[in-house]
Design a protein around this ligand. Sequence first.
Ligand code: HEM
Length: 219
Amino acid sequence: MWNKVYAWLDERLGFNGLYKGLLDRPEPEGNWWNTLGSASLFLFVMQGLTGIFLTVYYTPSPDHAYDSIRYIMNDVAFGWMIRGIHHWGASLMVLVVFIHMVRVFVTASFKYPRELTWLVGVGLLLLTVGMGFTGYLLPWHQQAYWATTVGTRIAGSVPFIGDFILKVLRGGPDLSALTLQRFFSAHIWILPGLLAALIGAHLFLIIKHGESHFPDEED
Ligand code: HEM
């Protein structure tokens, strides 16, 4: 019966073609260093899932942000665990993505025909750091407030357009409810959306070109 359902769906959706194109490939001859890209992907998915749980209780307003985090930590069942995973997962993701990039650099895997994979990767690194930067403000405690004050001021020191960047980031000349609202929006919609799109492009290129071989004595 399931075979019939599968055949019926396959005829209309073309599962087999999708399977052949995406998964039916020779097993890559990698080593542990080749697992870091997949580890980055795993962390992205985990941050997404734990983040969705956190938005159930988190409130992005100066009056309630800190209290909502305290509520998650102290009163919500397993809230401390979900927030802990999200908190430490964020640092781990930056670290793992960075080591993945260093591995790609050391094995010269950015060379022809993988230059685009590398360029998309640069976008992924910037977006990952952007996720950390926007997420850091959300608890709205003193440390978050002042770290973001300094971070946005650094961005504002860019010649000529610095003032404009500062105002776009803060939603005005100072940190306010508007800043928290736009950091929240960037953190849960804009940046993850861009990350998902670029990860899609990254994976497409990786499947297209296959895994590079590690440089040996002949290289
Ligand atoms: C969210 C961040 C990222 C994810 C999810 C991701 C995912 C992956 C995956 C699954 C692979 C294949 C397995 C592997 O070789 O590890 C890979 C390969 C690759 N990645 Fe990334 N990556 C990310 C960030 C980056 C960054 C920051 C760069 C460089 C700036 C980069 C450049 C590359 C290149 C050039 C390859 C091909 C390597 C080869 O063929 O040997 N990636 N990535």
